[in-house]
Design a protein around this ligand. Structure first.
Ligand SMILES: *Cc1c(COP(=O)(O)O)cnc(C)c1O
Length: 397
């Protein structure tokens, strides 16, 4: 790889380089491969596709960040360059979502799964009851983890329908003085998404938004805590973003690890210890991009258009392809589907799709079938290419 060496040494000298040559020398796989380089159409549920222009910006800065002589990965998190990156990331996220001043924004390591335990330790230092609404696999995990720290009440569940819908709010059996009510706003595996924010009165609503974070406007004031890992719809893996109402924090369970203490993390601007610097930086680039695109209303409109293309193709296939989810609650982000022709045909479909350059269409191992995750960064052309492939496959099989 002589060209690779040359690229490296030229970049160290501070000159702008591109990797076009290296990319052009690789074999071209199929029609599904994007024209601009050998990028596949990536339908992975997470880590997932990132915007190409963000990756290119990051590449530009990778070795020498804005003349600092080093990469963001190499600089002190307490130095002025990184402090600026961190401050801008928070300010841009606040602007993008419209986060009120009485909410803290935390950038934390440990992904969404760590929050399953951090939330009860911060909101219920003396125990108590939390209500959980189960609409799929992730909500179940949150429910089980919280049960280690407090009493958990299954207030509603769509298990009877194989998690293909969301139980009607009027049927929820909520606890009067619960510490919080937990929902998973988009179930990544089942493809079920809340379309309205449930009203839980004075009891703080806590939402896991891992797989639909920043996919549409968020009415922050209706929540006590919003949280999610960033590796689905925002940036590279390694971080959760927690948005928490100020009055809910300040007391923690006596055994709460320091690193899980929201108040301490808020007081230290998420820098009590070394933060996930690279993930914060890249996520920050995504925030800027979304602001430039016109904000979350524009993002939602784009996502609705993309999802419609795919759902219309499934619904219009006379049962060749099927999506099992209640139409009212179909996810704009994760679209699971099966083939009416059965498992062998499904295998053939997945094999041929992979060969044609469609990445990670296999459904989650717990449910089988196929699943297309069409997060913010999946372009409309990618969805169109998939739909065209599905039509061709149907015609040939
Ligand atoms: C992926 C996912 C998680 C787990 O995220 P980690 O960051 O890997 O812990 C939790 N909830 C939902 C809804 C997810 O999609």
């Amino acid at each position: 790889m002589t060209s690779g060496v040359a690229l490296g040494s030229r970049a160290v000298a501070g000159r702008k380089v591109t990797a076009r040559k290296a990319i052009a020398s690789k074999p071209r796989a199929s029609v599904a491969v994007r024209a601009s380089g050998d990028r596949k159409w990536n339908f992975s549920a997470g880590p997932a596709v990132l915007p190409l222009d963000v990756l290119e910006d990051a590449k530009e800065d990778l070795i020498n960040y804005k003349g600092t002589g080093m990469s963001v990965m190499e600089m002190s998190h307490r130095g002025k360059d990184f402090m600026k990156i961190a401050e801008e990331a928070e300010a841009d996220l606040r602007e993008l979502i419209g986060i009120p001043a009485n909410y803290k924004v935390l950038f934390l390591q440990g992904g969404a799964s760590s929050q399953f335990s951090a939330i009860p330790m911060n909101l219920a230092p003396e125990g108590g009851v939390a209500d959980f609404i189960l609409t799929g696999a992730w909500g179940k995990k949150a429910y089980e983890e919280a049960g280690k720290y407090m009493t958990t009440n299954l207030a509603a569940s769509s298990k009877d329908s194989n998690f293909s819908t969301i139980p009607d709010v009027s049927d929820w059996k909520l606890t009067k003085d619960a510490k919080f009510v937990h929902i998973c706003s988009n179930e990544t595996i089942g493809g079920v998404e809340f379309k309205e924010v449930p009203d839980t009165g004075d009891v703080p609503l806590v939402a896991d938004m891992s797989s639909n974070y920043l996919s549409k406007p968020i009415d922050v004031e209706k929540y006590g805590i919003i949280y999610g890992g960033v590796q689905k719809n925002i940036g590279p893996a390694g971080m959760a973003i927690v948005i928490v109402r100020e009055d809910l924090i300040g007391k923690t369970h006596p055994l709460c690890p320091t690193m899980f203490d929201y108040k301490l993390m808020a007081d230290n601007d998420s820098m009590y210890n070394t933060p996930p610097c690279w993930t914060m930086y890249t996520s920050g680039l995504v925030f800027k991009k979304l602001i430039k695109m016109g904000g979350l209303e524009a993002v939602e409109k784009m996502n609705e258009e993309k999802a419609k293309i795919l759902y219309d193709a499934i619904d219009g296939s006379d049962g060749y392809y099927n999506n099992p989810v209640d139409k009212k609650y179909r996810s704009l982000m994760n679209v699971p589907f099966t083939l009416g022709g059965g498992e062998d045909l499904e295998k053939k479909f997945l094999k041929e799709a992979a060969a044609a350059g469609f990445e990670s269409l296999k459904g989650h191992r717990s449910v089988g079938g196929a699943r297309a995750s069409i997060y913010n960064a999946m372009p409309k052309e990618g969805v169109q290419a998939l739909v065209d492939f599905m039509a061709d496959f149907k015609a040939a099989n």
